[in-house]
Design a binder for this molecule. Structure first.
Ligand SMILES: [Zn+2]
Length: 216
């Protein structure tokens, strides 16, 4: 595939973007540089077609973002856990959103029975999600539908992984925040689908085994 735009064009586009922002609000960068006060932490896929601010219709400063392949929250991933910690304890976000997307290459790759090198341990987390929901997924005969359902179930399991963290449990007990939500983005029409995860119910269920609200 040919290289679509020259490297230098990015800096020209950057200057035009600055002009647009300043013409709409002369103090745009003054406000933005003072502090960030986002209500949302968005954990999404690295896929270039899914951009948190764009799909949520939010401006810079309004959403704290973490992205990785297949929007995973892995319990020994210092990167994701540090983002969650900072978002909850310092930014006091009101919502943590895990957002997957249909036609996710990471999810599809995880379903391929082959050696994917360095991606193996990362995508193993998705294979484990499949194993946990094997019965439901195996019952779906259409392969595309099965992938799409795995995208949704993966989001659900990653929301549970967020709820399993001490920061989220303790903060929610103290302040009623953050709430955790799971979404799936559809690349074909741009729509966000709320999986309507019952946060209270899942939190109570999770705490039976993963209660970290006591101590420290
Ligand atoms: Zn993806």
């Amino acid at each position: 595939m040919p290289f679509k735009s020259s490297y230098k064009e990015i800096f020209t586009a950057n200057k035009k973007w600055i002009e647009r922002k300043l013409s709409a609000d002369p103090d745009f960068f003054k406000h933005l540089s003072q502090e960030q006060n986002p209500d949302y932490l968005y954990i999404g896929c690295s896929d270039s077609r899914v951009h948190a601010n764009e799909v949520m219709g939010l401006e810079p400063g309004e959403v704290f973002v973490h992205r990785n392949i297949a929007n995973l929250v892995v319990n020994n991933d210092l990167n994701a856990l540090s983002v969650i910690n900072y978002a909850v304890e310092y930014l006091n976000v009101k919502y943590i959103i895990v957002c997957g997307h249909y036609d996710c290459g990471g999810i599809r790759a995880a379903m391929e029975p082959r050696d994917l090198g360095i991606l193996n341990p990362w995508l193993r987390n998705v294979r484990d999600v499949y194993r946990l929901h094997e019965k439901e997924l195996d019952a779906i005969t259409d392969q595309r539908e099965r992938y799409n359902r795995l995208v949704e179930i993966n989001v659900y399991e990653q929301c549970l992984n967020v709820i399993k963290t001490a920061e989220v449990q303790k903060s929610y007990m103290e302040s009623g925040y953050p709430l955790v939500a799971g979404w799936v983005y559809d690349l074909h029409d741009g729509l966000l689908k709320d999986l309507e995860i019952d946060f209270e119910k899942e939190l109570n269920r999770i705490r039976k085994i993963y209660d970290l609200t006591k101590g420290k």
